[in-house]
Design a protein around this ligand. Structure first.
Ligand code: AMP
Length: 281
């Protein structure tokens, strides 16, 4: 059975044991409700380090909508079963008091507003402040050599990389490509909330990304954005944003960059479920 630590003290004792054995540590932070996307990150983590630590913490600070936080799935026993099957070494399972002790100011003094205020940041105010704070706190507790994150949340990954660089944290971020359903829908814990009807339509988001990629050779990025937005079925989806940005700065581009430097990104509501996706081209 996987050891589960809920306090920093207990985790630190385990950390000391792992380090005295000379083990390297890879860390995969999650909100739980684990799916194949999370498991793929863990598999990658197992190939790069001796020990893999996974955390499950539904971080209230990164939810800008209380309803989304309340509805977030928490199938803990099923998650622990999957972690066991995957052969994960340690589960860190803190509660809010452990992460945000009432007598301690938890925060990060770093200005990443050039990356945090648009795209997701514009539609989810405060979200990235919550993400930066919790990932920094978790890195501080887990002290991993490697941090494994998914490209599914490309802006989040870019922001965390920038935080690591700005603060010179001694951890290397390793990115894993987006894991998809056979029809192209990016795996997400929120997909479970799609109705059967909505689920059938959900992969239109990915198809829109592929369409944008196919138009690249004939149109400018701005023209592609206009075409794709007008092609989205607004009777089904309510668009938050669709844009083509520079993969490093995440700011909109008017001319194509070199191959693999362009990022198409989208966020849209399908009923009461918000889907986000992206494609590097
Ligand atoms: P979450 O539990 O949604 O916060 O996700 C935890 C980690 O898993 C983050 O680094 C996500 O980017 C990553 N992740 C979630 N879904 C996918 C997916 N479909 N493919 C790859 N990585 C993912």
């Amino acid at each position: 059975m996987i050891p589960v630590y809920t306090t920093i003290e207990d985790f630190e004792a385990c950390h000391t044991t792992m380090r005295s054995a000379g083990s390297s540590i890879a860390f995969v932070p999650t909100l739980g409700a684990l799916h194949r996307g999370h498991l793929a990150l863990m598999q990658l983590a197992q190939t790069i380090a001796d020990r893999v630590v996974v955390s499950i913490f539904v971080n209230p600070k990164q939810f800008n909508e209380p309803a989304d936080l309340a509805k977030y799935p928490r199938p803990l026993q099923q998650d622990i079963h999957l972690l066991n099957q995957q052969g994960i070494d340690v589960l860190f399972l803190p509660n809010s008091h452990v992460i945000y002790p009432p007598d301690q100011k938890v925060g990060v003094d770093v200005d990443l507003s050039h990356l945090t205020t648009h795209l997701e940041g514009k539609h989810r105010p405060g979200h990235f402040d919550g993400v930066i704070t919790v990932v920094h706190r978790l890195i501080d507790i887990i002290k991993p050599d490697f941090l494994v994150m998914g490209q599914k949340d490309f802006q989040q990954m870019t922001i965390i990389r920038a935080m690591i660089d700005a603060l010179r944290l001694p951890v290397e971020l390793i990115a894993h490509p987006t894991v998809r359903e056979p029809d192209g829908l990016a795996l997400s814990s929120r997909n479970a909330r799609l109705t059967k009807e909505a689920r059938k339509k959900a992969n239109q988001i990915y198809r829109l990304l592929l369409q944008a990629r196919d138009l690249k050779d004939r149109f400018t990025p701005r023209q592609v954005v206009t075409r794709c937005i007008s092609d989205l079925d607004t009777t089904v989806f309510q668009l938050d944003y669709f844009d083509i940005v520079d993969i490093h700065t995440l700011h909109p581009i008017s001319e194509w960059q070199d191959d693999d430097e362009n990022l198409i990104c989208v966020a849209a509501w399908l009923g009461n479920v918000r889907l986000i996706d992206n494609l590097v081209i």
